[in-house]
Design a protein around this ligand. Structure first.
Ligand SMILES: CC(C)(COP(=O)(O)OP(=O)(O)OC[C@H]1O[C@@H](n2cnc3c(N)ncnc32)[C@H](O)[C@@H]1OP(=O)(O)O)[C@@H](O)C(=O)NCCC(=O)NCCS
Length: 211
């Protein structure tokens, strides 16, 4: 499943045929029953996106089944509207998810600064606009929850994701951190963007690229 061919296939299809044809995805709130598919998307996306960037032995050892329980617990927790998980659902197949919350950074005002905690798509869905749609809805939710800024952390060597964020108006704010919790160093950089105050204008502002 995590072979070079599996990871390369989506990119080759996109390059040769332009946007790949897929069932249209609906963006909706995640449910507890989505946990197995979210765990699968998360692991497959890591295995392809971080190939060559993180130790292969670590990527090979990732097991979606071991992550289902954590996702079930997280999705079962009541949300106050300031955090949530959205999925892109194509006829029952989840193509990707985005998780958002108040900022978890020690230097942030949690009343004002939201965070995109994670955004991951199945490799076969990359480059089809699904990530952009997920991001737009998550930013609209954060604006409705009255956050006026939003941040995220991205692996410094994750060029695809950094390009995606920069095209969406995000800017690196100079913050950087290196975590060793997985047994190898992972250096991440922080990106930031502004959200307008909630209301018709701001939500439209966040969604200005959604059409
Ligand atoms: C990063 C990721 C979520 C992006 O989602 P995606 O569906 O592949 O990206 P999209 O198809 O929506 O973006 C397509 C294009 O629109 C651009 N774009 C994205 N948002 C945009 C916006 N708001 N306005 C204008 N352009 C935008 C992108 O840069 C990209 O440009 P390109 O066609 O020239 O390559 C997805 O590729 C992925 O899951 N990658 C692996 C996991 C990962 O790295 N996650 C991030 C961890 S921090």
């Amino acid at each position: 499943m995590n072979s070079d061919e599996d990871c390369a296939a989506a990119g080759i299809a996109r390059r040769s045929t332009g946007r790949t044809r897929q069932r249209p995805a609906v963006i909706r709130a995640a449910r507890v029953a989505d946990a197995p598919q979210i765990a699968l998307v998360h692991v497959r996306s890591w295995q392809c996106a971080y190939r060559g960037l993180l130790p292969q032995v670590y990527l090979d050892g990732l097991d979606p089944v071991q992550r289902v329980g954590r996702w079930e617990r997280s999705l079962a927790e009541a949300t106050d509207g300031r955090d949530g998980v959205l999925v892109a659902d194509a006829g029952g197949t989840l193509l990707g998810f985005v998780a958002y919350s108040p900022s978890r950074d020690g230097d942030a005002d949690q009343a004002r600064v939201g965070e995109i905690e994670a955004i991951y798509l199945l490799p076969s869905a990359w480059g089809n606009g699904v990530g952009r749609r997920l991001m737009d809805v998550a930013l609209a939710r954060l604006a409705e929850a009255r956050f006026d800024q939003v941040t995220l952390w991205v692996l410094d060597s994750n060029a695809r994701a950094r390009r995606f964020y920069e095209m969406g108006g995000w800017l690196a704010d100079g913050a950087q951190k290196t975590e060793e919790s997985r047994g190898f160093p992972m250096t991440q950089v922080r990106y930031k963007r502004t959200l307008m105050a909630s209301g018709t204008g701001p939500v439209l502002s966040c969604l200005r690229h959604a059409a």
